[in-house]
Design a protein around this ligand. Structure first.
Ligand SMILES: [Zn+2]
Length: 300
């Protein structure tokens, strides 16, 4: 999986942090910790899958002014906690002493926070949430930070939400959403497992049928069980936190959105093959395995 932000400052989380000697006196950093990290921290060494090999799947992304905790979703246990049906999808915010590291730009953090607020507003309807994220990044691109904040507030008002839902329904009827035409659908991580895992044979036919089938798969999600929508919503929360969506450069935002949709579609296809109500363990383990396979593919 492409990690499109400052992984150069990432480090595995552990108890003894040698970088403490590099603290910046009197300056604090905001620390954001998603709930899946809190759950993973309780029995950290419980997994020995080929994604973690028994090591901690926890990660930190650090700047001088911000620390973001996350986890590697290619570990089975991390994937299980991220996709958990009881996940609250909330962030704990605290402060820590700053270290001598580059700054995270205020604009980048602000846009990520705006997208997380859209998540909080539309989390029960993942396709509507994607539509809101897409519309928001497109309209925000040319605006200054103040106007972006004002735009978000308008969207979160009842009248703004209502208009968004109406526009979304029109778009769904006319073209479908998210757009699948022209995307590199053959590159979906889940296809890498289809030939080697009997539980996924159902997806073989879908791989051949192409774009219209995939468009219907997105449409079907709106009528799907709340468990399926919850799992997809959890994954979008993870993506927003872990990849600091929509990312650093405005010119990359739409590409980052397309990548986000491809990874979400991969999970959605998995949900059509493996029922989360019947087999939660298999679902998260297969999703973690698809990320491992995609990583191997990227480095081969
Ligand atoms: Zn693991």
């Amino acid at each position: 999986m492409k990690n499109n932000f400052a992984s150069i400052h990432s480090r595995k989380e552990n108890g003894t942090d040698s970088a403490r000697s590099l603290l910046t006196e009197g300056v604090t950093a905001s620390v954001w910790t998603p709930d899946y990290v809190l759950r993973l921290r309780q029995n950290i060494h419980l997994c020995g899958c080929s994604g973690c090999d028994g090591a901690s799947p926890l990660l930190q992304f650090r700047w001088n002014n911000h620390v973001r905790h996350s986890a590697d979703i290619s570990c089975n246990r991390a994937a299980a906690e991220i996709l958990s049906l009881t996940a609250s999808c909330t962030l704990s915010v605290s402060e820590d002493l700053a270290e001598h590291l580059p700054e995270l730009s205020a604009e980048r953090l602000q846009m990520n926070q705006h997208c997380l607020r859209l998540f909080a507003a539309f989390r029960t309807e993942p396709v509507l949430l994607l539509y809101a994220l897409y519309g928001f990044i497109r309209q925000s691109g040319p605006l200054d930070p103040e106007r972006r904040a004002a735009l978000l507030e308008t969207w979160l008002q009842p009248a703004g939400r209502q208009r968004l839902v109406q526009d979304f329904c029109l778009q769904q009827d006319e073209h479908g959403f998210p757009p699948v035409a022209g995307q590199r659908l053959e590159a979906l991580p889940i296809w890498l497992l289809v030939d080697s895992d009997a539980r996924l044979h159902k997806l073989k036919a879908m791989r051949k049928k192409g774009e219209e089938t995939l468009r219907q798969t997105w449409r079907g999600l709106q009528k799907a069980s709340s468990a399926r929508r919850k799992i997809l919503g959890n994954f979008l929360f993870y993506e927003l936190c872990h990849n600091f969506f929509p990312g650093h450069l405005v010119t990359d935002w739409e590409n980052n959105f397309a990548d986000l949709c491809r990874r979400a579609l991969s999970l959605l296809l998995l949900l059509t093959a493996v029922s989360p109500e019947l087999d939660k363990e298999s679902l998260s383990a297969l999703f973690a395995a698809s990320h491992r396979a995609a990583r191997r593919e990227a480095f081969s």
